[in-house]
Structures are given as structure tokens and as C-alpha cells.
Design a protein around this ligand. Structure first.
Ligand SMILES: Nc1nc2c(ncn2[C@@H]2O[C@H](COP(=O)(O)OP(=O)(O)OP(=O)(O)O)[C@@H](O)[C@H]2O)c(=O)[nH]1
Ligand SMILES: [Mg+2]
Length: 460
């Protein structure tokens, strides 16, 4: 274990008015610092003499003035069975800013140091209670905006991804050992592992890695949100669709083409997928300088969208404008939305079929709110193909490490195919092991650690 010398402290609950607030301390001096401030009604009761995992009622006093600061409950968790694996004391006071601030000040005066962002979790990692991908899951849990993202993060904290990565790594370690042994025995003509067996072992690892990489695109959407951009020519009902999805009259809707000029952005929880929903100006050729800017923005956003909702007005014939937009969207992941089906259709079946060839589409009426559930189902199916129970890669850092490992293994395979000597193969296998190790924090540099934990909040 890797005990830090200093004791850290921070307010671990959000600042604001609350029923309770918690000041957390971790480190060798945590119990002594708390004892200097805490007074129990049964006089003489000292935390240092009390068993771990117990809660005690009392008051915090300012030792200089002997003035009571607040009525508290103190939770005692001794090393190693604590969040950080160090001695941890949590002081739960009333949740007002002044109470928390005064107690924190006293704790700092008593010898603790203000914790850096994420430092409690960093200590949990450094002390080996959790690995790096689990530490990262902690922040994902805190920041998750939908139940689905939350569920995936909780699984990561449980160690599902780590287990998978470790299993791949163990298999590769075994292969590496065999390759290295065959280097040692190469003079004596003993074959420790045949090239075929080695190749097939690497092939298996590659399969597992490929599978994980495939979940990453969707995983990232769950963690960071899907950018869903509504586009189409003017007046087809884009803003009406935004309003229906949000279930509020957010955007201005009028029968005048060119109503929306600026981009309208809102968050939405779509069947558990966190969505950044963007309504854009109708795309057309126009002289109006304001609208020109709007159209530019629409095209820009369309480029960056994870998924495009391309809205068409089924109650009026198709125009060149629709065809021009088709050119813009057809390279993207796109869902066609045929709106205004409450009105008589002016787009023939065949015409629609040709236009939308290869593009999934759905019929809706934003006005009558029909077809909306089907639309949501289709969006969900298009972005979440991995079963929720599966192991997911949600973090771009993990994805990049997997890609590096994949490349090293492909190189190793090439060396085997060319019957290169074991030394070359071993180098690539070692590189793959290092890349996989970065995910769980076994081969991570200090810089990366600092970067990861700096995204945490103070007190976590
Ligand atoms: N009958 C019918 N009218 C609709 C429907 N959806 C939208 N409309 C009407 O179509 C007109 C245009 O709707 P908007 O939502 O402003 O269209 P838009 O695509 O945002 O238009 P711009 O912002 O100008 O590009 C309004 O008069 C809406 O009431 C629908 O499903 N059925
Ligand atoms: Mg609009």
C-alpha cells in the first residue's frame, strides 16, 4: 500500500442549503484532528478509542474559543476498510454554508490540508482499492444524466470492464512468456510454442479487443450524450418536432418559412440516452443576410451531428431544396422524418421510396403528436445496438488504448506470418500489454493520472 503522509479534507456535499452537509477527512491524522474538535455528550469519549464503522453524536467546538460550532454526527472508518483505505472521518453537520465552512477551517487549522479535486478517489486508486477505470467510473456515476448512462457507469465501477481487460491481458502475458522462452531456447531448436498456436492466441485476444472497440462509439454517446440535429428545408416542421420531443413550446413555430434563424439547443432524455437536441434554420438559398448566417450554422452542425433527423413535409411536393439537402445528409447517419401526415399526402410512395432509398424513415405528425414513440424507438435502435448488459467502453481514453493494443497485436501477427524472430514478436506483445495496462492504471504515467483526477470535483 502507498500511504500518503498528509491528511486531506474537503466539503464533500454540494455547496448550498441542505438538511445535512459532510466534511470528509482522510489520512493518518484524521481521527486525531477530529478528536481535537469533537465533544460527545458522554464526556471523555474519544474517537481514537472507538471501533471502526461507527457513528457518534456530539458537537464540534472551536478549541480556541470553546464556542460550539454545530451539532454533528461523526462517522469513523478506519484503514483499510474505507473509501481511500486510509483512516476516514466524515463529519455530518447541518447543511448550511457557514457551518460547513467553519468546520472545514477548523479541520485545516488542526493539521489537514485541503484536498485536490478527486484526491479521495485518487488515494483509493493509489492504495489499490479500485483500479483506474473504476476510479473513472466514479466520476461518470456522478455526472450521468440518464438512468442508462448511470447503469453502465455502475457496472464499470463494479469492475466489469476491468475484468475483461485483465482477462485479455493475462492471456497475452502467457503468450509473451512462451515467446520469450522460445527466444531463450532458440539455439537448441526446441519449439516452446508453434507459430500457429501463437497466431491463434493473438487472434483470440484481437477478437475480444475488437468487440470492446465496437461498443465504444455507442458507449461514448451514453457517457457524453448524442448530438441529434434536426435539419430540413424551411417550414417542414422542424421546430414543431423539437417542441414535441421536449414536450414544451420551446421554439417559435409560424407558417412563415424562415422562422428559425439561430440554433436552438436543449437537453433531452430519450429512452435513457442523454441527447443534445438541436433545431436549426431551414436550409435554402436565400439573400437575407441573417438567414444566410442561420443556414451556414445549420450546415456546420449537420457535419458534427451524431445523428441527423431530416424532416420532410409530406403535404407538399418535393422540391429541388429537398434534393439538395439529401446531398448533405446522405453521408451521415440519418433518419428521414416524413412530417404532416395529418394532411393529404403530396409525396408519392414511389417518389418517397426513391428519395429515401437506403435511409430509414418514419411518418409523423408533429401537430397531432402521432408517430413520435416510433420515432423515439427508431432513434434508440440506431444509436444503441449493444445489449445494455454487455461490457461497454464509454471512455475515449480506454478506446484509444484498445486501438493501440490492437495495432500492436496486428503487427505481432504480421511478424509471425513473415516468420520473424521471437524478439520482434515479443516487443509488440509487450506494447499491447502496456496499452491494455493503461486502461486499468497499471502502466499509466503521472501526467495522465493528474489529468484524469483534475476533472473530478473537490471532495470526491
Ligand atoms: N398540419 C400540420 N402542420 C404542421 C405540422 N408540423 C408543423 N406544422 C406547421 O407547419 C408550419 C411550420 O412549422 P415550423 O415548426 O415552424 O417549421 P420549421 O421547419 O421549423 O420552419 P423554419 O424554422 O422556418 O425552417 C407551422 O405553421 C406549423 O404549425 C404537422 O404535423 N401537421
Ligand atoms: Mg423552425
Amino acid at each position: 500500500m502507498f500511504f500518503q503522509e498528509d491528511t486531506i479534507a474537503a466539503i464533500s456535499t454540494p455547496l448550498g442549503e441542505g438538511g445535512i452537509g459532510v466534511i470528509r477527512m482522510s489520512g493518518k491524522a484524521a481521527i486525531a484532528i477530529a478528536d481535537a474538535l469533537f465533544v460527545s455528550p458522554s464526556k471523555g469519549k474519544k474517537l481514537k478509542d472507538l471501533p471502526s464503522h461507527t457513528v457518534h453524536y456530539g458537537h464540534i467546538y472551536d478549541p480556541e474559543t470553546q464556542e460550539p460550532v454545530d451539532e454533528v454526527l461523526v462517522t469513523l472508518m478506519r484503514a483499510p476498510k474505507s473509501y481511500t483505505r486510509e483512516d476516514v472521518v466524515e463529519i455530518s453537520s447541518h447543511g448550511g454554508f457557514i457551518s460547513l465552512k467553519r468546520i472545514l477551517d477548523l479541520v485545516l487549522k488542526g493539521g489537514a490540508r485541503l484536498a485536490e479535486p478527486g484526491e479521495f478517489t485518487k488515494r483509493a486508486f493509489l492504495n489499490g482499492r479500485i483500479d483506474l477505470s473504476q476510479a473513472e467510473a466514479v466520476i461518470d456515476i456522478i455526472q450521468s444524466r440518464t438512468e442508462l448512462s448511470h447503469k453502465v457507469a455502475v457496472r464499470q465501477l463494479e469492475g466489469r470492464l476491468s475484468q475483461k481487460v485483465r482477462a485479455i491481458r493475462d492471456a497475452l502475458k502467457h503468450l509473451t512468456a512462451l515467446v520469450e522462452a522460445s527466444i531463450d531456447f532458440s539455439e537448441e531448436d526446441i519449439e516452446v510454442i508453434s507459430p500457429e498456436a501463437l497466431d491463434s492466441g493473438i487472434g483470440e485476444a484481437l477478437e475480444s479487443i475488437d468487440f470492446l472497440i465496437e461498443t465504444a462509439e455507442e458507449g461514448q454517446i451514453l457517457r457524453e450524450g448524442l448530438s441529434l440535429v434536426i435539419v430540413g428545408k424551411p417550414n417542414v416542421g422542424k421546430s414543431s418536432l423539437l417542441n414535441v420531443l421536449l414536450e414544451e413550446e420551446r421554439a417559435i413555430v409560424t407558417p412563415i418559412p424562415g422562422t428559425t434563424r439561430d440554433v436552438i439547443e436543449e437537453s433531452l432524455n430519450l429512452k435513457g440516452v442523454p441527447v443534445r437536441l438541436l433545431d436549426t434554420a431551414g436550409i435554402r438559398n436565400t439573400e437575407d443576410p441573417v438567414e444566410v448566417q442561420g443556414v451556414l450554422r445549420s450546415k456546420n452542425l449537420l457535419e458534427k451531428a451524431d445523428l441527423v433527423l431530416w424532416v420532410l413535409d409530406s403535404s407538399s411536393p418535393l422540391t429541388q431544396e429537398d434534393l439538395d439537402i439529401l446531398e448533405l445528409v446522405k453521408e451521415k447517419k440519418v433518419l428521414g422524418v416524413l412530417n404532416k401526415i395529418d394532411l393529404p399526402s403530396k409525396i408519392g410512395k414511389e417518389e418517397a421510396g426513391q428519395l429515401l432509398a437506403g435511409i430509414p424513415w418514419v411518418k409523423i405528425s408533429a401537430k397531432e403528436k402521432s408517430g413520435i414513440e416510433t420515432l423515439k424507438d427508431l432513434i434508440f435502435e440506431m444509436v444503441v445496438k449493444t445489449p445494455v448488459e454487455s461490457v461497454w467502453v464509454t471512455n475515449i481514453r480506454h478506446k484509444n488504448a484498445l486501438i493501440k493494443a490492437q495495432q500492436s497485436l496486428l503487427k505481432a501477427r504480421e511478424s509471425i506470418a513473415q516468420r520473424m524472430s521471437g524478439e520482434f514478436i515479443a516487443v509488440d506483445l509487450r506494447a499491447a500489454l502496456d496499452s491494455l495496462g493503461e486502461i486499468i492504471g497499471e502502466t499509466t504515467t503521472e501526467d495522465i493520472l493528474t489529468e484524469i483526477f483534475s476533472t473530478f470535483c473537490i471532495g470526491k
